[in-house]
Design a protein around this ligand. Structure first.
Ligand code: SF4
Length: 349
């Protein structure tokens, strides 16, 4: 895809302006204070995802002011990238535990989820996307998906498309997802609708790539309201990267099989199946899967049963090939190359 076609007029990517749309969050302090009072809490844990950690101290300050002395606020310093990734240490040791920035993967009385919806307008970018979508006269059905961040405007998105003449198809994928129409970086089941085209409203490059790979038969259009840009998902470069990793792992003898100990990232059965199938495999347990932590293991390749995005987005940073479980099956010859597909994650814990 050429630079010209990828970057349309008004595209805010790489301009440093994108965040301007997106700066105001509702931390739902009253809901947190109510829970603290109801439970007579003396210890409160606050967990923010990486992009919002810098806001943690001022949220703690605001809460301290509202509840007065006698309550200790603890900020989780553990890395966090999703609702699959609760700080269970802090959760067990606090009376109230608040997880910011994601919608619940699994409801629990113990956790207060504050989703932090984006306040960015979505209809202007959907209007622009109409030029890239097949017209309702040609293809009336359209699937609609978005991320948790924009879920507060999902009905508005659907209404806008219906007004434009489409028949909007939505579903709630599976129990790893909280809302109808929601997708995660590891789960696109909400896009399993009959429509031949799908509109993804949200930011980031990798979500829609996963969506396009999971549904290669569909025309996937991406309307990114934060960066103000419309693109069409193109999986070619991504597929080349994955084929490259599989090829490099084909001669591997010793395999490290990673089992992730984060609460919502464990796929024990998949790890067990690999171990049962190959005597040159070693189970490695860890929470955060990083290149540094794996460097001292003398393996020829790794297969990651945890978060698929670590494998696909960060894969090239590891010193040895890092594959998804499906890619492992291809590399060891159990499956043909054409079965290469996106690694999706279902269920919770
Ligand atoms: S497993 Fe990875 S992609 Fe899935 S929700 Fe967790 S962090 Fe996101």
């Amino acid at each position: 895809m050429s630079q010209e076609s990828e970057y349309s007029e008004g595209d805010l990517r790489n301009t440093g302006m994108a965040l301007k749309h997106d700066r105001e969050w509702d931390y739902e302090l009253e809901r947190i204070v109510d829970a603290i009072e109801e439970r007579d809490a003396t210890k409160v844990g606050l967990q923010f995802p990486e992009g919002l950690k810098r806001r943690g101290p001022s949220v703690a300050d605001d809460l301290r002011e509202l509840v007065g002395d006698g309550v200790t606020f603890m900020l989780s310093g553990q890395p966090c990238y999703g609702a699959c990734d609760l700080d269970t240490y802090l959760m067990k040791r606090t009376d109230v535990f608040v997880h910011f920035g994601h919608s619940p993967m699994k409801e629990s009385n113990k956790v207060i989820y504050v989703p932090l919806f984006s306040n960015v307008e979505v209809t202007p970018i959907i209007e622009e996307a109409l030029e890239t979508l097949e017209s309702p006269d040609e293809t009336p059905e359209i699937g609609l998906v978005t991320t948790a961040q924009h879920m507060n405007r999902f009905e508005e998105m659907a209404a806008f498309l219906e007004e434009a003449g489409y028949e909007v198809q939505t579903r709630r994928g599976d129990d790893r997802l909280t809302h109808e129409g929601q997708v995660l970086g590891c789960n696109y089941a909400s896009a399993d609708v009959p429509a031949d085209q799908v509109l993804y409203v949200g930011g980031g490059k990798f979500h829609p790539l996963g969506l396009a790979m999971e549904h290669p038969e569909k025309h996937v259009v991406i309307a990114d309201p934060v960066n103000n840009v419309v693109t069409v998902a193109d999986t070619e470069k991504f597929m080349k990267q994955r084929f490259g990793a599989v090829h490099r792992a084909m001669d591997a003898r010793r395999w490290g099989v990673i089992f992730c100990t984060k609460i919502g990232q464990g796929r024990w059965e998949i790890a067990q199946d690999i171990l049962a199938d190959n005597e040159n495999t070693y189970l490695i347990t860890m929470d955060e899967v990083t290149p540094d932590r794996l460097r001292n293991f003398d393996m020829d390749a790794f297969v990651n049963t945890g978060c698929p995005r670590i494998t696909t987005d960060d894969g090239p940073r590891f010193h040895k090939p890092m594959l998804t479980p499906g890619e492992y099956e291809i590399a060891v010859g159990n499956e043909p190359l054409e079965n290469l597909s996106f690694d999706t994650f279902h269920g919770t814990w």
